[in-house]
Design a binder for this molecule. Structure first.
Ligand SMILES: C[S@@+](CC[C@H](N)C(=O)[O-])C[C@H]1O[C@@H](n2cnc3c(N)ncnc32)[C@H](O)[C@@H]1O
Length: 365
């Protein structure tokens, strides 16, 4: 896999034609190994600033921002001007109190105020299957509700990262379908918003909200079967593939370079490989990479009849449904992302699922 490397640094643990797993500290890897402005997207879930430590070690909330600063500086250096940094980060409780730490907000403020990133948009990943915790506040004293949402900070190097929401459209809600069928009387809303006739034009799919509803319930994936077969412990804090996939689709084109500096089981690499992006997964624990190799292994495994969960999961629709973000992914065709990040306003008419008639159409699968 070709990318701009200053000098060979960490050992390559595993590679495909499109990507590499690197074993070791991602900070040294970036500093000594990655050229300036060579990466299109960094998408990652770093160790969170938790009170209860995970087995791979976590920096506590109090020292988190200082710890992250060096990584942030390198992220800024290696990203292209059109590039984005996407950080999935869970909140944390203050030790001994039913109150929340501010560390993940302080992180995003530091990245923007001190290092010059721009907050392109904040997203929230809602995991409907999250267990209630911490037990003391939620299930024992019953004074807090379950914490089921992670913040996902989408940051960019410039105000105009390349991006297109046409890549991540979702099905219309049943009420929107009704409205499209029956028509909509143009009027001013109490909020003052003017709802014009354009609102009822059928674009075949809807623009998703910044709330991503994805249960983290992987139960029989190839990764899991590979780990079982080889007696490898599964990574204890994996994110669902839809999470990095949403951003890889929305923010990169085929052939772009995606980097995950806290790769764990290399979900980001698997998604990027499938979507034909180049990728680098850097992880400091060899045990996690040993399992991650299973994501790319094609030898037959027990239970192969239960193939990995299919793409484009159906999702039930109701007036207020939040669709799984992948609901339309294997139907969408879209144009190559505009290099100016949308600074110029497009003039063409929309065609079907949001693709532009006059632009080059690229199949995303
Ligand atoms: C939350 S986990 C990431 C899980 C991953 N998203 C997945 O789905 O498998 C964070 C990972 O960062 C790794 N890590 C921590 N510090 C690191 C560093 N300096 N360089 C590389 N990896 C690091 C930890 O070993 C851990 O596996």
């Amino acid at each position: 896999m070709e990318y701009c490397e200053i000098s060979p640094t960490l050992p390559v643990y595993f590679e495909t034609a499109l990507g590499q797993m690197r074993l070791g500290d991602s900070l040294s890897f970036m500093k000594d190994g990655l050229c300036e402005e060579s990466v299109d997207l960094i998408v990652t879930s770093p160790p969170f600033g938790l009170v209860r430590k995970k087995e791979y070690g976590n920096v506590d909330a109090e020292h988190y921002v200082d710890w992250f600063r060096n990584f942030g500086q390198e992220f800024m250096r290696v990203l292209k001007p059109t590039g984005s940094l996407v950080i999935d980060i869970g909140g944390s409780w203050n030790a001994g109190h039913p109150t929340r730490s501010l560390y993940h907000f302080e992180l995003v403020v530091m990245l923007c105020r001190d290092l010059g990133f721009h907050l392109a948009q904040e997203f929230f990943w809602w995991n409907p299957s999250k267990l209630p915790s911490p037990a003391e506040w939620v299930t024992v004293r019953r004074i807090r509700v379950k914490d089921a949402v992670n913040c996902v900070w989408w940051l960019s190097k410039t105000p105009w990262p390349k991006a297109s929401n046409r890549r991540v459209l979702v099905p219309y809600s049943s009420s929107m379908k009704e409205l499209l069928k029956n028509g909509y009387a143009t009027k001013k809303r109490p909020s003052g918003h003017d709802i014009s006739a354009n609102f009822s034009s059928n674009n075949e799919a809807a623009i998703p909200p910044n709330l991503l509803a994805v249960p983290n319930t992987e139960s029989n994936s190839r990764y899991q079967r590979y780990c079982k077969k080889h007696g490898i412990k599964q990574h204890p804090a994996r994110f669902p593939s839809e999470l990095p996939e949403f951003f890889v689709r929305m923010l990169t084109d085929t052939g772009d370079l995606v980097f995950d500096p806290f790769a764990g089981s290399c979900v980001t690499g698997e998604v990027s490989e499938r979507l034909k992006r180049k990728w680098i997964c850097c992880e400091s624990s060899e045990a996690y990479l040993a399992g991650a190799v299973g994501r790319f292994d094609r030898s037959p495994l027990k239970n192969d009849l239960f193939a990995d969960e299919p793409q484009g999961k159906p999702s039930r629709s109701s007036a207020y449904s939040i669709h799984n973000p992948s609901a339309l992914w294997n139907k969408i065709k879209s144009a190559v992302l505009s290099k100016d990040g949308g600074r110029r306003r497009p003039v063409q008419k929309s065609n079907g699922l949001g693709a532009k008639e006059s632009e080059m159409i690229e199949a995303q699968n």
